[in-house]
Ligand binder design. Structure first.
Ligand SMILES: [Zn+2]
Length: 427
């Protein structure tokens, strides 16, 4: 039984006073921290005053789309989808998807993400296998757009069913969700079928919703209802439901979400870049909606850094409301860690409490962005000033995946080369 222990470290997590001392893990679980003894036989690491932090949890993304980073910047969402993304996605094959996925996995690990949610229409099984192999945690969904023949749409549900059978619960690291793309790309009958599948299998239901005013306007025109009201009426709120975006919603929608424990993946950077709006993050918190943070894909962000996502999520509401107290660093950090993990069905991940899964980062605060150095300022430094390269090492389920910025389960140089080569064929 392998035990690892770090001496002379600060254990810092949101909402708790920092602890100085030892940090001990046994196999895939955190044993204790601070004033805790190092068991005999442990592999002991010198911590040099570094910070042990909970891993980041990215609640919404499309890994394969990393290959489209920088394609069609500065366009409206609908134009960008129709003129840039969908034509390229039509050309994409499994090899392109794999190259984009690996690029995203490299970037997520190097920026301290330990757990992520992904929905995409291509290479989904491959992403599940790769994630299992390299040691990360994820919720994987087959993104389903319901156009075309009924048999083609049924095949998408069948693919989801088979993913659930093969990967849901694997090694306590993989989960599968049912992922209809959006209310505007899936007709009501299909959304209900997806909802029933999620209900029967007891898995998370995930969809984009109310991202732009244009989408909401069009939905009201087509169905006479706001997309949130429509999803509610179709019975989707009876599931464990995670909505991506929810930018253009009313108080009544947030109240409905809070009452049904419906969660929102807040994608502030992507919404800002696409000019979709500022998510009503402060209102969501006020109304008691469960919130996690997501980067969306590198095609609309254009990176997968959760530190940057936290910064924007904290900053934009302050600017919009002309109120610096509109958000608080510690609360945003919670959403980027423990709350996100809870929403994705990995309770305890994103926390450093004894008994929690050993998913954590080792960060070096000895750089200008975190000086004056103080572990009490960890939330402030992380959200308002630190850069992702402060993250030196990443451990997930007690396995080391990055050591001193070197990835141990992915060949970074090869991944970057393959992604660059593969993207060239798409443009
Ligand atoms: Zn998305």
């Amino acid at each position: 039984m392998t035990i690892h222990a770090w001496k002379h470290v600060w254990i810092v997590e949101p909402g708790k006073a920092p602890l100085y001392g030892n940090f001990v893990i046994q196999e895939e679980t955190i044993l204790g921290s601070g004033d805790v003894d190092i068991p005999e036989g442990a592999v002991v690491h010198e911590g040099k005053g570094r910070w042990i932090l909970p891993g980041f949890v990215n609640t919404h993304g499309h890994a394969a789309a990393s290959l489209m980073r920088g394609a069609g910047d500065d366009m409206m969402l609908q134009d960008w989808l129709e003129q840039v993304m969908w034509p390229r996605e039509k050309q994409m094959n499994e090899h392109h998807a794999a190259a984009g996925q690996d690029l995203a996995l490299v970037e997520m690990l190097k920026t301290g993400t330990t757990t992520f949610l992904d929905m995409y229409h291509l290479g989904v099984r491959r992403l599940a296998e790769k994630t299992a192999e390299i040691g990360m945690k994820a919720v994987i969904g087959r993104g389903m757009i319901s156009f075309g023949s009924d048999s083609a749409n049924q095949a998408k549900l069948e693919e989801t069913r088979s993913l659930i059978k093969d990967f849901h619960g694997y090694d306590n690291r993989l989960r599968v969700c049912v992922a209809p793309h959006a209310p505007y790309t899936c007709p009501p009958a299909f959304l209900q079928q997806a909802s029933e599948l999620a209900h029967t299998e007891g898995v998370l239901l995930h969809t984009h919703c109310a991202e732009t005013t244009q989408e909401v306007r069009q939905h009201i025109k087509s169905y006479g209802l706001h997309p949130v009201d429509h999803l509610y009426q179709l019975g989707l709120f009876d599931n464990e439901l995670l909505l991506a975006h929810a930018v253009h919603v009313q108080d009544s929608h947030l109240e409905l979400m809070a009452a049904h424990r419906t969660a929102v993946a807040v994608n502030t950077v992507s919404n800002a870049k696409l000019g979709s709006g500022i998510p009503p993050y402060v209102k969501m918190k006020e109304k008691g909606v469960r919130t996690g943070l997501g980067t969306d894909s590198a095609a609309s962000n254009n990176n997968l850094s959760m530190i940057e996502e936290m910064r924007f999520t904290a900053m934009l509401p302050k600017a919009y409301e002309q109120n610096p107290a509109a958000t608080h660093a510690g609360s945003v950090w919670q959403d980027a860690t423990v709350h996100g993990a809870d929403i994705l069905g990995f309770p305890g991940s994103g926390s450093l409490a004894p008994g929690s899964p050993a998913d954590f980062l080792i960060a070096d605060p000895q750089q200008s962005f975190s000086v004056p150095f103080s572990p009490e300022k960890a939330a402030s430094h992380l959200v308002y000033s630190m850069q992702s390269d402060a993250v030196k090492s990443v451990w997930i389920s007690g396995r080391e995946l990055m050591r001193e910025r070197e990835l141990l389960t992915l060949d970074e140089e090869k991944v970057l080369y393959e992604a660059d080569k593969s993207a060239a064929g798409l443009l």
